[in-house]
Design a binder for this molecule. Structure first.
Ligand SMILES: *Cc1c(COP(=O)(O)O)cnc(C)c1O
Length: 395
């Protein structure tokens, strides 16, 4: 997730365009802006790049998820099936919509297990929100088939998987909506930013209005615009969009470097007995932001994680203990600790989050270590990393 590693003149030039015109707002000011439309241009280029009709750029990936839920009509009392391994934003967005997150298990893809969806299903299920974790894909074809069969809305949180694809089709374009994040540690960054993509003109129209107080953006007088729905403000500034635009134009290069680095390390680690890689349904489509591997049992993985750190192999994550991407560390979420009463507390049918049985996910996460792939590694860095990792993991 290395957008920040390759900042340079390109970003500076785009930002200066905005500073020179003084128009930091993404809408209007047609005369003053010297024809610089950074947010709009980003949307057009991203949509073209991943082969989708519409893109709405907004203030964060979390905001994009909220916009997507609104566009899909997910609201109070609706249940949304989610994985227990994700960044908490996925769950926060569902809760803020007034909807109820229902956890299903992950499998060795580190994403939702298509087999576990059935047991999470109730008459109140409205959507499945699949998360393509750590740069690669869920069994998206099987999950999509399940949603079609059950009449559920498929939503994709592809915040960590920009540029990833499944059999040639980009992640984020399988569902009714897909979401991406451009926060400072994602594949490309706006500083802060995110977007929602869709092929459905109606959903796009809702997203575009919802993220800007319901404005319909028709005509050229903002004060006289119509307001179709109640919305909020998830707008991105032109400054952030400008940074993202320069970064987006580097995406192919970023993916190429990541994939090459990962391939080299993976080939070397593949020779270690007892080490298995995360299952990737389409290896070619891996965006290669992370290399994730599973060790034979939890104790071995926990020990290996400490030993890797001690050997100076940085950028490794043992999610089960450290870091807060796995449900075990979400006391505030599971305990519904909120600043004000959450809508989902009105629904007695909600799952008892203190008594979840996610044994399959636990057993996978206990065995999993993920390593960040960096762009800035030299051949020497990679060779040393391979030596150190092989020494630690062969024990
Ligand atoms: C980063 C991330 C988000 C949220 O993105 P922000 O831009 O930081 O709000 C949501 N889901 C996943 C899986 C993420 O990794």
């Amino acid at each position: 997730m290395p957008g920040f590693e390759i900042f340079g003149d390109e970003e500076r030039k785009e930002v200066n365009d905005v500073l020179d015109s003084g128009v930091l707002f993404r809408y209007g000011f047609d005369q003053a802006r010297n024809d610089h439309w950074k947010a709009r241009t980003f949307e057009k280029e991203l949509a073209e790049k991943i082969g989708v009709r519409y893109c709405h750029l907004c203030s964060s990936g979390t905001a994009a998820l909220s916009v997507a839920l609104a566009a899909c009509g997910v609201g109070v009392g609706d249940e949304v099936i989610v994985p227990p391994f994700t960044f908490v934003a996925t769950i926060e967005a569902v809760m803020s919509a007034g909807a109820v997150p229902v956890f299903a298990d992950i499998d060795e893809t580190l994403c939702l297990d298509p087999e576990s969806l059935q047991k999470a299903l109730t008459p109140r299920t409205k959507a499945v929100l699949v998360v393509h974790m750590c740069g690669a894909m869920a069994e998206i074809d099987r999950i999509k088939a399940f949603c079609e069969q059950k009449g559920l809305t498929l939503m994709e949180d592809a915040c960590q998987a920009l540029g990833g694809a499944f059999h040639g089709k980009f992640l984020g374009t399988f569902g009714k909506v897909g979401c991406f994040s451009f926060d400072p540690v994602k594949t490309i960054t706006c500083g802060e930013g995110g977007c929602m993509v869709t092929n459905d003109p109606k959903l796009y129209e809702i997203a575009d209005a919802y993220a800007d107080h319901g404005h319909d953006h028709v005509g050229s007088d903002r004060g006289a615009e119509g307001h179709t729905i109640v919305g909020t403000n998830f707008r991105i500034s032109e400054l952030n969009a400008a940074v993202g635009l320069a970064q987006l134009r580097k995406l192919n290069r970023i993916l190429k470097i990541q994939r090459a680095h990962k391939k080299e390390i993976k080939a070397a680690l593949g020779r270690i007995p007892g080490l298995e890689f995360r299952k990737i349904p389409d290896e070619k489509g891996d965006s290669a932001t992370f290399l994730s591997f599973l060790l034979p049992d939890g104790a071995t993985a926990a020990k290996a994680s400490d030993a890797l750190a001690a050997a100076g192999v940085d950028g490794c994550f043992y999610w089960y203990h450290n870091n807060w991407h796995y449900i075990r560390q979400w006391d505030h979420i599971l305990g519904l600790k909120s600043a004000a009463p959450l809508p989902l507390t009105l629904f007695e049918t909600r799952p008892d989050y203190k008594k979840l049985n996610l044994a399959q996910s636990d057993s996978i996460m206990q065995r999993t270590i993920s390593m960040l792939i960096k762009l800035s590694w030299t051949q020497d860095d990679i060779a040393q990393r391979i030596d150190k990792m092989t020494a630690v993991l062969s024990q």
